[in-house]
Design a protein around this ligand. Sequence first.
Ligand code: MTE
Ligand code: MO
Length: 369
Amino acid sequence: MLRDRWDRPVDGGSWFVHHGEDSFGDAESRWEADVPRVTPNDRFFVRNHTRPPVIDEGAWRLLVSGDGVVGDTTYSLADLKAFTSTTYERAVECTGNGRSLFGTQQGTPTPGTPWELGAIGVARWTGVPLRTVLRHAGLRGDAVQVMPVGLDAPYVEDGINHGRVRRPLPIGKALDDTIIAWEMNGEPLPPDHGFPARLVVPGWVGIASIKWLGELRVTTSVVDSPWNTRWYRMHGDDWSGDHAVLDRMPPKSVVDVTGEPSVGHLTLLRGRAWSGEASIRMVEVSTDGGESWDEAHLTGPNEPSSWVEWEHPWTPTGVGPATLMTRATDSLGRVQPLEAPLNDDGYLFGAVVRRVVTVTSEVRRRTPA
Ligand SMILES: Nc1nc2c(c(=O)[nH]1)N[C@H]1C(S)=C(S)[C@@H](COP(=O)(O)O)O[C@H]1N2
Ligand SMILES: [Mo]
C-alpha cells in the first residue's frame, strides 16, 4: 500500500501517476480512468514546489499589508468565516498540464514535470471573495496588484533561495471571481491542497491559486516574483513582451472512455472539455485521424473555468488502429489548434490530442464472474 507524506494510504495504483522521487508529492490523475465529474479530494492532482507546511488552524493568521491598503490587518480563520461565504465549482489546472505531449505528439520534448493530461481537477470550493477581504482591509483606489504569499518552505534551487512561493495577481482578477477558500468539496482543505486556506483563481494558470496562504501584499506599483518572470512565463524564440505573460488557460478536451471498439458494434465515446474563464460551446470528435469531424453531445453542467462532459456514439467500420481526436471550441470563440506553440518550459499544451485505439473484429467477451 502506497502511503503519502502524511502517512495516509493512497490509492496510488489506480488513480494517480506519481512524478519524481525527489518531488514533494507531485501526482496527476489518470485521465483514462472513469473519473467522477467533480474530483474527490483524495484523487485531486498535487503540485508542490517545495516542502508543504503543517499548520495549526487556531494559530494561523492571514496578514493583509502593503501601500495599496490603508494599514495592516490580520485575519484568523474564524474572521474569514464570519464574512458571507460563496461556493462554486471550478477547475485548478497546472500550467504545464499536457507537457509530455510536446514530446510524444509534436516531437519537441521540453524539461519539467512530464504531466500527461491529469494535472487538473474540478472541486466545489467554499470561501470568501477576495474583494470582500480587500475592501474590509481598506483597499485604496490606486492599488494595482496583490501578491499572495504561501507559508510553505522557501524554494531553493541550485543553492539559490527564491523565497516563499508567490505570484502577483492583477487587481482586476483579484476583485473579480477570486476567492480565499477553506473548503474543498464540503471538507476542510486537505494538507496537500493548502490547509487551512488558499486562493482559487478560476481559469488562470494553477500557480496563481497560492496554497497555505499567509500574506496578501497589496501594492500601488507592479512587483514581480520569479513565479511570473523566470517560471510561468513563456520563454523561447517566438515569445516577448505581453505575449509571454501567462494568465488564462486555453480550451482543451480529452477522450476518457472508449469502451471496447469492435467492427459493426456501437460503443459510446465519453470525455470532458474545459477552458479558462469560458464555458464550452462545442466539442467535435474525429475517429479517423482528423479526416472527418462530428459534433459530440454535451451533457450536464457547463460552467466557465470548469469542465463539461460529452459523449459520442461510434460504430467502427474497419479493424485495426483508429486515431481518436477531439476539438473544443469555447464560449470566447477559441478553438483548439492541431499544434501547440512551442516554448522552452512546455507550458499551455492546448492542441487537439490524438489517441490511438485498436478496433477488433468481434465484441470481446467479458470474463464470467
Ligand atoms: N504555496 C504554494 N502554492 C501553490 C503551489 C506551491 O507549490 N506552493 N503550487 C502551485 C501550482 S504550480 C499548482 S498547479 C497548484 C496545484 O494545486 P493542487 O496541488 O491543490 O492541485 O497550486 C499552486 N499553488
Ligand atoms: Mo502548476
